[in-house]
Structures are given as C-alpha cells and as structure tokens.
Design a binder for this molecule. Sequence first.
Ligand code: SF4
Ligand code: SF4
Length: 454
Amino acid sequence: MLQNILISFGIILTVAFLAAIIISICENEKRAALILLFTAIILITPFSLLLVFPFFTTVSLLLSGIILSLLILFILPLKGKPPKPSGSPISGIDERITIFSRRELMQNTLIFSDYYKQHPEHKSPDNIFRKEPGLLSLQTRFAHTYGFASAEASFATVSYLAAGVNGQKSTKKQNRDPETLTKYIKSWAKKLGALDAGITELQDYHLYTVAGRGDRYGKTIHNSHRFAIAFTVEMDYEMMSAAPAAPTVMESAQKYLSSGAIAIQIAHFIRELGYDARAHIDANYELICPLVARDAGLGEIGRMGLLITPKHGTRVRIAVVTTNIPLIKDQKKNDMSILDFCNHCNKCAVVCPAQAIPKAERRQISGTLRWQINSEACYTYWCQSGTDCGKCVISCPYSHPDNLLHRVIRTGVRRNFIFRQIAVKLDDLFYGEKPKSKNFPSWILSESEKRNFN
Ligand code: SF4
Ligand code: SF4
C-alpha cells in the first residue's frame, strides 16, 4: 500500500518535472531545462528503485516529506510584514526636466541656454550623452542596419498618429450606462491587442505641469478630464531576450505604435459618443503613464522605476486615454507582494550595464517612497549602444512568459512571503544572476547576413 502511494507520488513528480522541462526548452532557457533535468533525476530515481530495493522506501518517504512541506509552504497564505505603500507624489512634475525632453534640446538655441541656466546641475551629465553617437545611430555598438531602420519606421508611424490624439467631439451626445460602457471599452481594448485595461480618476499628480516635447514645449498643461483609462500591450519575449541588441528597440518602438494606435482608436470612439477624450501616446504625453496605470490597478512600480504587472512584469508598454465620459473606476488592488519581492530582489540593479538602478532601499522622493534610477546614466548607455537596452526589463523575474510554469511560481510568490524569498534565489539559480542575451529571432537576419549589414 505504502509502496503504491509512493510510486504514484513519483509518477506525479515525473509528470510535473517533464512539463517544466518542456516549457523551459520552448522558452529557449537551456540552463533552466538542464537544472530541472538534473534535479528530476536525483529526486525521481529513489521512487523508481523502491520496487527492487526496499531500502528506497525510507528514502522516498523522506523525499516525499520534504517535497510536501515545500508544497504546503507554497500553498499557505502567509503575507508576512507588508512593505510600506509607495504613496503618491505631492504634485505633478515639469516634463522639461525629464531626460526625454532634455535630449531634444538643440544646442545654440535660446531654449537650450535658458534650460541650462535654470538647471545647471543637468549640464555636465547631459554633455556626456551628447558626446555619444546616439539612439539608433549606425556608429553605436549594437548598430544593425535593418533593425534600426525598422525601429525608425515604427517611431515615424507613431508620429503620424499625433494628429489623432485630440479632436472634435460629436455634437450628438449619447448617454450610456457607465457600467456597460466601461465593460465595453475594456473588452474592446483587449480585442484591439491590449493585455489589460484599468480605469482611475485623474489626479493632479498624474499630470505634467508643463509640456516638454515637440511643439508643445513650454506650454502649461490643462487637462480637466475626470477619468484615465490605462492599458498595457505586451512586448514579445523572444525579441526582448536579445536585449540590449537591436531586436529590443525594434520591439519597444513597435509596441509604442500598437499601444498608441489603440489609444487613438479609443479616444476617437469616445468623441464619437459626444465626449471629450485625449490619447496619451509616445512623445505626446500629458501625464506619467506608469503612475496612472498603477492607480488603475494594473501593477506596482518596482525598483527599475517601471510598472510591474503581475503576469508580464515590466515587459509591457502603456498608453492612456483621458476623458470626461462617465465610467466606473477600478478598485485599486495594492499587490504588496510585488514591492516585497523587489525589496529582496536586486536583479535589475545587478544586470544594468550602466549601473543606473539603485541597490539600496526605497527613499522618500516628493511624497513617495520609491526607488529612483539614474536616468542620465541609463540614457548615456542607450546613446552608446544605439538601442533602448531593456536588459533590466527582460531580466526581471516577473517578465518570464505567462505560461503554466511561471503562473504556478507567481501564485506562490503572491501568497507566501517565505516562498517569495526562495523564488528570488531560484530565479538566480535557474536563469543566472546575470542572464545572458539570447540570439536574434531567426527571421531577423542570419549570422552571416548580420555581418554584412552591421
Ligand atoms: S534600460 Fe539598460 S541601462 Fe537603462 S536602467 Fe535598464 S538595464 Fe540599465
Ligand atoms: S528585477 Fe527584481 S528588483 Fe528589479 S524590478 Fe524586477 S523584481 Fe524588482
């Protein structure tokens, strides 16, 4: 009887390990697959030998006890001491101080000299990135003719969308039940390609005070919309796995386009119903997307300063639509397990080639308890590499593909604070403390073709 139970347990274990090995092979995670295979051999051998050698009954029993204890640890809902919530900023910020605005300043112009007169502290760090070849320059380390031209094409297409961020609303106002409309907008966003969508009330601290990009530079931002609809779009795992090489910038540019197109469509749809709506897309934001998405319940802001979503981690792009149409806001689900995981995990800080991510604890910055990355160091690396890097994004344990294996692990991470700490170590063991960049997806260019075009 005992033997039969142990043999059945051994069979279940074999199936579980086989599934995990197959998933890891499909993910092209050779190291994880090998470690799983090795562990499976050690764990399963005693169960297969117990029919012939009775001694293995004791060994199998002991092993089953250990495995079952780990399983209980995994299932038990032990929240532990929750980390302090991040809180919200006291006010909005001026977009002109962001690195994306500063990089657009043209030397020998009045705007350029005015800016550095007001912010002399930014002059020397900005001079450093200005000496580098620049994002998508063919003089950079990861230059790839086709890849960079593809990314340029995606960014150019995003710029064509700018004309649609705002527009005239229909004069025929159509009153709709907010509940049905909210459901419809979220479902349609998903149908258009979004992973998830959430709604929050627009707050002053979400908004930039003054615009810092393009023609809007220096204009005060007035946005009195009541609601913000945030949604996420997935960045492809295979493309991002080549980070910091060319596929990463191809993918991020393309997903700026996909998320932007969805935002423009939703804003247009709302205007058709007779209400104001504005889309917030790449280079045309009036607000800080990760903050809005966090308040809309889509995730938490982690160590690397990006939104970590529960199922796709930071491997997402965000776009937002603000509007006055009556909607039902989401009840913010503070997932404190994400912040707690970040407290124990330093992976993004370890892999960052620019050492731009802090390894220390969160600190108070303008009313929020958070980590602040060194955006100058990060952007300087982009200007040297030619891509937007993304090494932190793809190395984050939350960014693994959303499949059975990682869903199971994420459940344990969410439920149990002890398992959370084990999972940080397991991720290093299975995927490496500094995961290696993977090959380009085969469709991009073969190695010999790459040499010709680099
Ligand atoms: S994108 Fe690259 S350089 Fe920037 S913070 Fe992430 S890992 Fe560091
Ligand atoms: S890599 Fe680790 S520390 Fe960095 S954002 Fe992801 S979970 Fe947090």
